[in-house]
Write a protein that binds this ligand. Structure first.
Ligand code: NAP
Length: 286
């Protein structure tokens, strides 16, 4: 990432994860999302992480409305690669069912340059913005992050200004390694729970050395929370101790009070040795 681009973007320590904001049957209302973004501004949180497939586009539509008049205060990250349906107007409620149909037919993902380019245009329309701050490949295959046509497309999307940075979201170390080595991607999103940290931490350090922005997700891994004595606070403060100092840590919530609490935890990491001990314990088999 060029020094210029990094300087212009504001990456807050805690960011909002929107994976369940428009879930089927329990989508947030526009006033809820409006309040949530208002709380972010009060808490000085800038990063919003979304994807075209969340709620089959409905999540980006909600964000587009709530961002109106304050787009410049946020750093918006979106992703593409999963197929979903984009039926317009009155047919929109059918999108989530059509997405499940496509997935059951084995048509889950597509990473052709033409498809990805169209996805970004659609995201920009839904988000009502001319440019996103980061456009990520959503769980790509190894072949995709090594594909020269995809790399050329991503470099071109930055030149057109449709996105300021490009990146990869994945939990696969081989894919992440290839993406980091390619020198093309500015942003890497990975799972960052204490359970994932032992495997993925060397990659975070590599990103730090190469000035690649890290975004950590899935902090409150239910399988960690299922261990007696483990709390949300322990998980957030533990991951914060192990992630690079300038990494963004996502919190998936629609509750302003949870955002505020999670921010305080993220800014108060556990001692590193304690976090390392917990990470070893949680990642041990059995
Ligand atoms: N492949 C990918 O690209 C990928 C994969 C996974 C996630 N992500 C991104 O990362 C985001 C976050 O990951 P995630 O969905 O796994 O969610 P997460 O942040 O690890 O966990 C969300 C859960 O934690 C609870 N929570 C949040 N703050 C809390 C607090 N202070 N106290 C108690 N509970 C709290 C939420 O409950 P409440 O709703 O009650 O607050 C929700 O049940 C996603 O929304 C998405 O943006 C990307």
């Amino acid at each position: 990432m060029s020094t210029d681009t990094r300087a212009r973007l504001s990456w807050s320590r805690l960011g909002l994860g929107t994976g369940t904001l428009a879930s089927l049957g329990r989508a947030a209302s526009i006033s809820e999302v409006d309040r949530l973004l208002g709380a972010m501004l009060e808490l000085e949180l800038t990063v919003i992480d979304t994807a075209d497939t969340y709620g089959s586009g409905d999540c980006e539509r909600l964000l587009g409305k709530a961002l109106s008049g304050r787009r410049q205060s946020f750093t918006v990250v979106t992703k593409a690669g999963y197929r979903h349906s984009n039926l317009p107007g009155p047919l929109r409620p059918l999108n989530q069912f059509a997405k499940k149909g496509l997935q059951s037919l084995g048509l889950r993902q597509c990473f052709t340059p033409a498809y990805l380019s169209k996805c970004l245009d659609n995201s920009l329309e839904r988000l009502k913005t001319e440019s996103v701050d980061a456009f990520l490949l959503h769980d790509p295959t190894l072949g995709t992050v090594m594909n020269e046509d995809v790399m050329r497309l991503f470099e071109g999307l930055k030149r057109t200004g449709k996105t300021r940075t490009v990146g990869v979201s994945s939990g696969d170390s081989e894919v992440l390694n290839a993406a980091i080595s390619s020198g093309v991607f500015d942003v890497i999103q990975t799972p960052a729970s204490l359970k994932s940290a032992v495997t993925i931490r060397p990659l975070w350090l590599e990103c730090e050395a190469r000035h690649i922005q890290v975004i950590g997700s899935h902090i409150f891994d239910p399988s960690c929370l299922g261990i007696p004595g483990v709390t949300h606070e322990m998980l957030m403060r533990g991951s914060s101790a192990l992630l690079p100092k300038n990494a963004v840590i996502l919190c998936g919530t629609r509750k302003p009070s949870h955002l505020s609490q999670s921010k305080n935890w993220a800014l108060d990491p556990l001692p590193e040795a304690e976090a390392e001990r917990l990470a070893m314990k949680f990642s041990a088999p059995g």
